[in-house]
Design a protein around this ligand. Structure first.
Ligand code: ZN
Length: 240
């Protein structure tokens, strides 16, 4: 029996992906995004920072526009409908009400069926997780609940015309204990490779980073084994 259940996503109309940095959505998740987009689901991305502190040899002023452009190319490869950047500081993302309000605003604006974020465990990806990742994942979950509660951030309804919106699912990509899988095909795998490869300047600055052509197929094959298919993206899925 497969370790993962097949995720029921076919009735979805809209998805919002919330991550800290350009490239965070490109480690398998973007292959699922391509599959959803291909089936007519409108997938929107919300980036909490510009990733401007991500390249040691470039200043934040140089890095921010380069990484914004690379993220747009990655989104184009995956079929993403819209890409929004918030101006929270990279490497210094602060959890709290300001961040939650900013994410809740986007959730109420986009009105997604599912909110997707990335692993926010203390330990992840073979080491201790990055500070912004821990903050971003928890804030995305909290903001999904905030967006659904009309008495939280009342100013969003009163002054911005954004009433409460309840997403039905929260998905965590790259989770240590996934529950569900999304089967993807070879086109989606190619889009996943292309989206990660789009972060060219960023990856050039990290010579030890695994190569997208090797890494993405390996990730999808691992998800596929757990779902009992050839290729899949694994998620931890909980009701919103
Ligand atoms: Zn990151």
């Amino acid at each position: 029996m497969a370790e993962l259940a097949e995720l029921e996503w076919r009735s979805w109309k809209r998805v919002l992906v919330v991550v800290a940095h350009p490239d965070d959505a490109e480690y398998g998740l973007s292959a699922a995004v391509h599959a959803w987009s291909r089936a007519g689901v409108a997938v929107h991305y919300l980036l909490l920072t510009h990733g401007e502190a991500g390249i040691a040899t470039m200043t934040p002023e140089q890095t921010a526009p380069a990484r914004r452009a690379e993220q747009q190319a990655a989104c184009d490869a995956a079929g993403v409908v819209s890409l929004t950047f918030l101006d929270h500081p990279d490497g210094m993302l602060v959890g709290g009400l300001d961040l939650r309000r900013d994410i809740a605003r986007e959730i109420r604006r986009i009105r997604p069926d599912a909110v997707v974020t990335a692993n926010f465990d203390v330990e992840a990806y073979g080491s201790f997780n990055q500070a912004d990742h821990r903050v971003a994942g928890l804030a995305a979950i909290d903001a999904t609940r905030d967006a659904a509660n009309g008495w939280v951030f009342r100013e969003l309804a009163e002054f911005e015309g954004l009433p409460a919106w309840s997403a039905t699912s929260i998905l965590v990509a790259g989770a240590a204990e996934p529950t569900h899988g999304v089967e993807v095909g070879t086109d989606d795998e190619r889009a996943g490779i292309e989206s990660l490869s789009s972060h060219r300047v960023y990856l050039e600055a990290l010579p030890d980073h695994p190569k997208p052509d090797d890494f993405i197929p390996m990730l999808l094959a691992g998800g596929g084994r757990a779902l009992g298919v050839q290729r899949a993206v694994a998620f931890r899925v909980l009701p919103a």
